[in-house]
Every structure is written in C-alpha cells, then in structure tokens.
Design a protein around this ligand. Structure first.
Ligand SMILES: CC(C)(COP(=O)(O)OP(=O)(O)OC[C@H]1O[C@@H](n2cnc3c(N)ncnc32)[C@H](O)[C@@H]1OP(=O)(O)O)[C@@H](O)C(=O)NCCC(=O)NCCS
Length: 207
C-alpha cells in the first residue's frame, strides 16, 4: 500500500466511482451487480451524508469508495435512535486484500465519530469488518427488520462510535428505502457501461 489519498467524492468523480463500484461488485454476490446503480440513487437521497462520501485515489485514479446514510433503530421503548448505515464500500479488484479497504474504512469511521454519530449498522461479512471494530448486531440487542427470530442474523453487524451509545437500547434496525432498487432499473442503468459478462459463481448469495 502506498501513495494514496482519501478525499470527499466530487461531482466530477461520479461516473468513475460508479464504474469502480461496478468492477468491484461484479459477480461477487450475484451474477452482475446492482451496487453501481444503488450509489447513483443514494447520492440524491435525503438520508445521504455528503460529508461522509469518500473516495480513495492513487496516482490520479480512483481505487476505492465508501458512503454513509442516516437511519434509525426503532427502539422497543418507543424511541427512535438515530444511527448510521454504510456502503456500498468497494476496492478496485486488482487491489483487493492488500489492506486498502481497512485503511479506507478506519478513516471513514474516524470522520463519522468526529461528526458525533453514535453507531453504524449494516449487512456485511464479519471476516472483513471485525478488523475495523464491528461485531454482530445481536450482541448489542439490535434486530434486523423482517427477520424471523430464529433466523441466522450473523450478516448484520454493528459498531458503536460513541462508547455505550446502545447500552440501554434494544430494537429493530431499518434499512433506508434508498437501498432497494428495481432489477429493471439496474438493467437499464447498466447499459451506460461497457458490456460485461454476468456469471453464476459459487458463493454468490442471490440468483
Ligand atoms: C470487502 C472489501 C471492501 C475489503 O477491502 P480489501 O482492501 O479487500 O480488504 P483488506 O485488505 O483491507 O482486508 C482487511 C482484513 O479483512 C480480511 N478480509 C477482506 N475481505 C474479506 C472477505 N470478503 N471475507 C473475509 N475476510 C476478508 C482480510 O483478510 C484482511 O485480514 P488480514 O489483514 O488478517 O489478512 C473489498 O474486498 C471489496 O471491494 N470487495 C468487493 C465488494 C464488497 O464485497 N464490498 C463489501 C460489501 S458488504
């Protein structure tokens, strides 16, 4: 890892970032991917936080990105607890597993902490996120919306930014609506990018 900077995303970066995210997620969780369209939509969402919309740049090209959204935990005692959710986060394919993702995420979390946010929750693989201080959200007493009580929730992760922020909270986390996109809209948007082969691969989570 060398010679990189982390900075806020600018308007001129949008298409390059969308292409980076497309390259990064392509065929990882499903044949093709939807995340490049998701970020395209999220930037215009009222819950989007422009001050936490970061890119990683090396030798004049973008090699990573991450973004955050505001959401809430609907607490069992009736309160709405403001929290952050995160992602997509992506590193360019040829630089995966070299430490850039952790550097980028640690930086973003530091900035989110400085802004006074209390906790971050999202869906992800503990194998990577445990390196950045995340644990299973169930350990904090937070449940994932629409998930049966006995279902595996190990995909649902949490990190407090303010220690003790969730100490007296149990409740249900809500994914911001902006993350839900229609397959046909993804297909249409994807036509604006160079053709790429969709493949069914072992380990993908969705058809
Ligand atoms: C996930 C991603 C952002 C991680 O960034 P990265 O630069 O590849 O990861 P790092 O090299 O910083 O990894 C830090 C640690 O997490 C581990 N790790 C990284 N990705 C992992 C994964 N998918 N599963 C398990 N462990 C992982 C690494 O082994 C490393 O541990 P080590 O230092 O003990 O070897 C990147 O691989 C990526 O863009 N993947 C495709 C898109 C994606 O899945 N995004 C996340 C969606 S939730």
């Amino acid at each position: 890892m060398s010679n990189y900077i982390i900075r806020l995303e600018e308007k001129k970066d949008h298409r390059e970032v969308e292409n980076l995210v497309r390259e990064s997620f392509w065929n990882v969780y499903r044949p093709g991917c939807s995340e490049h369209y998701v970020i395209h939509v999220l930037r215009d969402d009222p819950a989007f936080i422009p001050e936490l919309d970061f890119v990683m740049e090396q030798d004049g090209r973008l090699i990573g990105q991450n973004m955050f959204m505001k959401t809430v935990i609907e607490a069992d005692d009736g309160r709405e607890i403001p929290v952050l959710t995160m992602g997509p986060i992506g590193i360019t394919p040829e630089l995966k597993r070299k430490g850039y993702g952790k550097e980028l995420l640690d930086y973003c979390l530091e900035k989110a902490t400085e802004m006074g946010f209390g906790a971050v929750l999202f869906e992800g693989n503990i194998g990577f996120y445990s390196h950045c201080g995340f644990d299973y959200a169930s350990r904090f007493g937070i449940r994932y919306h629409d998930l049966p009580e006995d279902a595996d929730s190990s995909f649902f992760l949490c990190r407090e930014l303010t220690p003790g922020y969730l100490d007296d909270v149990t409740g249900v986390y809500q994914t911001p609506q902006g993350y839900y996109v229609k397959d046909e809209d993804v297909e249409e948007f994807d036509k604006q990018f160079p053709p790429k082969e969709k493949q069914k691969l072992p380990g993908q989570l969705f058809d």
